[in-house]
Design a protein around this ligand. Structure first.
Ligand code: PNS
Length: 176
């Protein structure tokens, strides 16, 4: 099929590009829901950068370096997945990496309003960058980093919600 200029007016050459996608988030900590989405997105895009946001929360459980280390270890065998941190606007990070795709996961309707607002704001800031939404697997719709932290801080079992490596690190944090 021959490529022709797209109706959106984009002048990017679609025939030869490798699609680099950015999966941004706080990942404090990364959950089984994130892992599922990141793995699935690496089946769709040529390369996925997991971009760990810096300075999002004043008192995170894990430092950015710890979050990156955990995500790196989990995806060590997947050459399509890279992990980095970014500071400031997500859009500026994508421009710096010459990436045009943001991937965000949607768990439930409650996620939609915030995600929609963020996607629209990002599109306003950089019209050439698209946000792609992926639905989380039904099994993980209730899993969030916040729930994991709350449960763990109260002595609950989080083994179904995080990778064993992350579970160990969480236990060490809450070991009193
Ligand atoms: O895992 P999270 O906390 O839902 O991730 C949110 C994140 C980090 C993707 C979002 O807050 C973000 O992109 N922050 C960087 C600042 C920015 O670009 N905000 C959106 C436009 S104002």
């Amino acid at each position: 099929m021959s490529s022709s200029p797209s109706s959106s007016g984009s002048d990017r050459d679609l025939s030869s590009r490798n699609t680099l996608a950015v999966f941004p988030g706080s990942f404090d900590p990364v959950t089984v829901g994130h892992i599922d989405l990141i793995e699935r997105s690496s089946e769709v895009f040529d390369k996925v950068i997991v971009a760990v946001a810096c300075n999002q929360e004043k008192t995170p459980l894990f430092t950015v370096a710890e979050r990156i280390e955990m995500i790196d270890s989990i995806f060590a065998d997947n050459p399509r997945i890279e992990v980095e941190t970014f500071q400031g606007l997500l859009i500026d990070y994508l421009i710096k990496r010459d990436a045009h795709v943001i991937i965000r996961g949607l768990r439930a309707v409650s996620d939609f309003e915030y995600e929609f607002q963020m996607a629209l704001m990002n599109r306003k800031l950089a019209p050439g960058i698209e946000t792609f939404f992926m639905t989380s697997s039904a099994l993980y719709t209730y899993v969030s980093s916040r729930i994991v932290k709350e449960l763990a801080s109260l002595g609950g079992d989080v083994s179904d919600l995080v990778h064993p490596l992350v579970e160990k690190k969480i236990k060490a944090k809450y070991d009193r």
